[in-house]
Design a protein around this ligand. Structure first.
Ligand SMILES: Cc1cc2nc3c(=O)[nH]c(=O)nc-3n(C[C@H](O)[C@H](O)[C@H](O)COP(=O)(O)OP(=O)(O)OC[C@H]3O[C@@H](n4cnc5c(N)ncnc54)[C@H](O)[C@@H]3O)c2cc1C
Length: 281
């Protein structure tokens, strides 16, 4: 049996229909026995209640650890602390600690201000001081974070986050495994020993995925356009292809010794379930 473990990212639903979709997908996702799940957080706290509520509901219904994403820009240290206190009191023991995308009113790098964290490594250090036992995941960028002047500078920033106490890094979505392998090699050379978990996106809707990937600055390889092109108006065939593509990517990663994969489920179970069941059970 394949020993690779896996985890799922979810987002807090904003409408009743979206909530129905999430709750319809959860039994399938939970039955696959993921190591953990995480719930995203709107930068600046826009989904604060939604994130916390979604986590509570999932942990109330299923015996599965769920972590909260949390972005620090636009939030004071004291606001972050009270959100984390609340999570801790509700038995949440995992935070995905992030800066968040820059808003139009802020410039990068952020000004120093003792009420706010400046870098994600400071945020990780802060959480570790408040809750030494908190598990912390951080973001990593195999194609470089768009704000970073170079890959080297970005890897230095990742090392700072790992040295500050991150349990693992989870990558931004990517479609070419060779980018991930190259990135891992560079991180190892830079002295990063923290696990860097690949984050994979199932392609539920090719056009929607293209928009999403562009927003994340993730490169879409030409072969994906070519492979999906014949199935523009054939959703069932497009889904079969999406399963095949995710399977190829995940299988290749496991063959290269990857021990854990994080799936960006977008609150849907169909494609992820197919791949996880085939490869990991
Ligand atoms: C797994 C994952 C989950 C995510 N979930 C969410 C979510 O729920 N909500 C949301 O709003 N966004 C989310 N994002 C997006 C994320 O907030 C953005 O990509 C954001 O722009 C960067 O956040 P970060 O903490 O990953 O990057 P950081 O590590 O903070 O890096 C951001 C930039 O700052 C630079 N930098 C960092 N430290 C230093 C330093 N000490 N000196 C100089 N430069 C430095 C880096 O090189 C990089 O260019 C997620 C991203 C990932 C990979």
């Amino acid at each position: 049996m394949n020993k690779t473990t896996f985890s799922f990212e979810l987002f807090p639903p904003k409408t009743e229909k979206a909530a129905e979709n999430l709750w319809a997908a959860l039994p399938d996702l939970v039955s696959l026995n993921p190591k953990f799940m995480t719930v995203t957080y709107g930068a600046g706290g826009t989904t604060k209640e939604g994130t916390s509520e979604t986590i509570n509901q999932i942990m109330g219904k299923y015996k599965i650890p769920v972590g909260s994403h949390l972005t620090f820009i636009n939030s004071t240290k004291s606001d972050l602390r009270s959100y984390i206190d609340d999570l801790w009191n509700k038995n949440v023991r995992h935070i995905v600690a992030l800066r968040g995308d820059m808003s139009k009113v802020l410039n990068w790098p952020l000004d120093q201000d003792s009420e706010y964290f400046q870098y994600t490594s400071d945020f990780v250090e802060g959480i570790k001081t408040w809750y030494p036992e908190m598990e912390i995941s951080v973001g990593a960028y195999p194609e470089k974070h768009p704000d970073a002047p170079s890959m080297e500078a970005d890897i230095t920033a990742l090392k700072d986050k790992c040295d500050a106490g991150a349990t693992r890094a989870i990558t931004q979505l990517f479609f070419e495994n060779k980018d991930y392998y190259y990135f891992i090699e560079k991180c190892e050379k830079a002295g990063i020993n923290t696990p860097i978990v690949p984050g994979l996106l199932p392609i539920h809707d090719f056009k929607g995925m293209c928009n999403f990937a562009k927003r994340c600055h993730a490169r879409i390889p030409v072969h994906l356009y070519e492979r999906f092109e014949p199935f523009v108006d054939k959703p069932e065939d497009a889904q079969k292809l999406a399963i095949q593509i995710l399977m190829e990517q995940a299988e290749d990663l496991t063959k290269h010794g990857v021990e854990h994969i994080h799936f960006y489920t977008l609150n849907k179970s169909d494609i992820t379930k197919n791949v996880v069941k085939t490869l990991f059970s």
